[in-house]
Design a protein around this ligand. Structure first.
Ligand code: NAP
Length: 524
C-alpha cells in the first residue's frame, strides 16, 4: 500500500500535488513514511495570494499584535510537541536530545521574538537611528525609517533542521509583517509540513500568511517579484543556482544565503594538557561532532591545538568518541542516531575518504557496532576523528565540509599560523576559542571576527554558563562571510532588517514628528 501524499498549503488552501510523488523514508529502518509532490501547483497564483492577502493583513497589524500571533504559534507548537518528536525520530533518525535542538530550539526562538516584538508596541514603522541635520536650519532634516517589504519571504531550507530552520526565519518575518512560503528539503519535509498544518488549522494567522510547498523546487524562484525576499540554506552548489537566477540577478530580489562552513575550535597556545581550557576543548569537540550526528552547519570541523598537545588531544577526544553508542534512536542506550538518508550516508563516507587522502585516522567511526540497526539499511555512521601534523600543506581539509560526525585535528606552531590556517576556511559561521586568558580571547576575537559570523569563547569561568559552540541563539547573529554564504540571520531585532526596506525621509520637523508618533525606534 502506498503512503499518503502530504498536502501543500498555498493560495490559502490545501492542495495535493500531482503524480506519485517523492517518497520520504525512515533513515534507520528504511521504511517509506509519506510522499511529497508540488507538481501542478499554480505557484505564481499562490505567491500572489500570499503577497496580496497575507501581506496586507499582516501589515495592518502593529508589531505588538504580530508578536501576540507569534506567542499563539508557539503555544500551538508546544501543544503538539509529542507528535513532532515522533516525526523527527521516524524521518530524521534523531535521538530525543537531538530532536529537542530542532523542535524546542524553534519554540524558544519564536518566544524570544514574541517578547522582543511586544516591546516595539503599537507601531507599524521603525525609526532607524536619530534625525540627521543636512544644513544649518534644523527645520529640514533626514530620518531613516524601516517599513515592511510588500512581498513574500520564500525560505528554501536544508534537511538538517526541518523545524528550527523554518521558525528561526518565520518568527522575524511574521513579526515584520511579511508572509512566509517555506519549501523544506524533501528528505525531512514531513515535520515542516506538519507544523505548518497545525498552525494553519489553529486559525491564528491571516489567510496567506504561512504557506508550505513540499517536493520539487521547480518554478519557485520564477515566482519571485522585486519586493520579495528569498532565504536559502543548503549546499554551495545550489546557492550558486539561487544567486544567478534572474529573480536575484535581474529583479534584485533580496537574497540571504547560508551555505557550507568549516568551523574551527582553537586552543590557547599557552594551554597545558592538564589545564581546564584543554579539557573544555576536548568536551566541546566530542559533543559537537556527535550532536545530530554532526549534521549541524555550525559543527566543529577543524580543531587547532599547539603542536605539543596534538597527541594528548587525539587521545582525549578519541577516548570520548569511543564511548558514543550509535544506532536506532528508539533504543534508549543510543546516544547518536542516523544521518537523514542513505544518500547522506554515502556522501559522508565519500567525504571521509577524500579527507583521509590528507589526514591520518585518529578515531575510526567504522569501529562502532550499530545498536538495533542493520548496517546495510540504516544511514548510521560512527564518529570519526582525523588528524594532521602538517595542516599548512593540506588543501581538501580546509575546503571540504563533510556533513556528518567528522572533524580533523590540526597541530599549529604559532598563533599567527593558527589564525592563517583558520582563515583557509574562507569564511565560517563560528569559531570557538578555549582559554583561561581574557586578553588572548579578546585578541582572538578581534583577529577572527572578520572571517566569522560568531566567535564563541569558552573559558573556565563560563564553563557551566556558555550556550555551546554549535547552538544558534536568537539573540546572537547567525551567518558567515565567504564560503559560509555571506548571509546574516537572527541577532535579535537585527533580523528584522532583511524583511524591511530602509528609506530616508527628508522633511520638515512637523512631518517627521508626525511620522515618529506612529513609529518605534529600532534599538538593537
Ligand atoms: P541542497 O541540496 O543545496 O538543498 C537545500 C535546499 O535547496 C533543499 O530544499 C532543496 O530541495 C533545494 N534545492 C535543490 N535544488 C534546487 C534548485 N535548483 N533551486 C532551488 N532550490 C533547490 O543542500 P542539502 O544537501 O539539503 O543541505 C546540506 C548543506 O546545507 C550542507 O552543506 C550544510 O553546510 C548546509 N547548511 C548550512 C546551514 C547554514 O546555516 N549555513 C544550515 C544547514 C545546512 P530538495 O531537498 O527537494 O532537493
Amino acid at each position: 500500500m502506498s503512503t499518503p501524499l502530504l498536502p501543500n498549503h498555498l493560495g490559502g488552501r490545501w492542495q495535493t500535488g500531482g503524480g506519485a510523488g517523492t517518497p520520504l523514508f525512515d533513515p534507520v529502518l528504511g521504511t517509506e513514511l509519506a510522499r511529497v509532490s508540488s507538481q501542478g501547483l499554480d505557484l505564481k497564483e499562490g505567491f500572489r495570494f500570499a503577497r496580496e492577502q497575507g501581506g496586507k493583513a499582516l501589515r495592518a497589524l502593529t508589531y505588538k499584535e504580530r508578536a501576540a500571533l507569534l506567542q499563539a504559534v508557539a503555544q500551538v507548537l508546544q501543544k503538539n510537541r509529542d507528535a513532532y518528536y515522533e516525526i523527527a525520530t521516524a524521518n530524521s533518525g534523531t535521538t530525543v536530545k537531538d530532536s529537542a535542538v530542532d523542535i524546542d530550539g524553534a519554540i524558544y526562538t519564536i518566544g524570544v521574538y514574541a517578547k522582543q516584538g511586544e516591546a516595539l508596541g503599537d507601531a507599524r514603522v521603525l525609526l532607524d537611528g536619530e534625525r540627521i541635520r543636512m544644513g544649518k536650519d534644523p527645520l529640514f532634516q533626514t530620518q531613516h525609517i524601516l517599513t515592511p517589504t510588500q512581498g513574500v519571504a520564500l525560505f528554501i531550507n536544508a534537511f538538517n533542521f526541518p523545524s528550527w530552520g523554518l521558525w528561526e526565519k518565520a518568527a522575524p518575518a511574521l513579526l515584520s509583517g511579511v508572509p512566509v512560503i517555506v519549501k523544506p528539503a524533501t528528505a525531512t519535509a514531513w515535520l515542516t509540513q506538519r507544523m505548518v498544518q497545525d498552525v494553519v488549522d489553529a486559525g491564528i494567522l491571516p489567510a496567506g500568511a504561512l504557506s508550505v510547498v513540499c517536493g520539487s523546487s521547480a518554478g519557485l524562484m520564477d515566482a519571485l517579484e522585486p519586493f520579495d525576499v528569498v532565504s536559502f540554506t543548503g549546499s554551495a552548489e545550489t546557492a550558486r543556482i539561487i544567486r544567478s537566477h534572474p529573480a536575484v540577478a535581474e529583479r534584485s530580489v533580496r537574497c540571504n544565503i547560508e551555505a557550507d562552513s568549516l568551523n574551527t575550535a582553537l586552543l590557547d597556545p599557552q594551554a597545558a594538557a592538564d589545564s581546564e581550557a584543554f579539557q573544555l576543548l576536548v568536551n566541546e569537540v566530542a559533543r559537537e561532532m556527535t550532536v545530530k550526528a554532526g549534521q549541524k552547519c555550525t559543527a566543529i570541523r577543524r580543531v587547532m591545538v599547539p603542536r605539543a598537545l596534538y597527541d594528548a588531544a587525539a587521545q582525549a577526544i578519541g577516548a570520548k568518541l569511543a564511548k558514543v553508542t550509535v544506532g536506532n534512536p528508539r533504543n534508549e542506550s543510543v546516544r547518536m542516531g542516523a544521518l537523514v538518508s542513505r544518500e547522506q550516508h554515502a556522501s559522508v563516507l565519500e567525504g571521509i575518504a577524500r579527507l583521509r587522502a590528507e589526514a591520518e585516522v585518529l578515531h575510526d567511526g567504522a569501529s562502532h557496532a550499530l545498536v538495533d540497526a542493520d548496517p546495510a539499511v540504516a544511514a548510521c555512521v560512527g564518529p570519526t576523528l582525523l588528524g594532521t601534523r602538517t595542516p599548512a600543506s593540506a588543501k581538501v581539509l580546509h575546503e571540504v565540509e563533510v556533513f556528518g560526525p567528522v572533524a580533523t585535528l590540526m597541530a599549529y606552531d604559532s598563533i599567527e599560523e593558527a589564525y592563517e590556517l583558520i582563515r583557509r576556511g574562507e569564511g565560517s559561521l563560528v569559531v570557538s576559542v578555549y582559554s583561561a586568558d581574557p586578553a588572548f580571547i579578546a585578541q582572538a576575537a578581534a583577529e577572527l571576527g572578520s572571517s566569522h559570523g560568531r566567535v564563541h569563547a569558552i573559558s573556565p569561568d563560563v564553563a557551566s554558563l556558555h550556550t555551546g559552540h554549535g547552538n544558534v541563539m536568537p539573540q546572537s547573529l547567525h551567518g558567515g562571510p565567504g564560503r559560509a554564504g555571506g548571509g546574516e540571520e537572527l541577532g535579535g531585532l537585527r533580523a528584522l532588517n532583511f524583511y524591511h526596506r530602509r528609506s530616508a525621509v527628508q522633511a520638515s520637523s512637523a512631518a517627521l514628528d508626525q511620522l515618529a508618533s506612529q513609529a518605534a525606534l529600532l534599538k538593537y
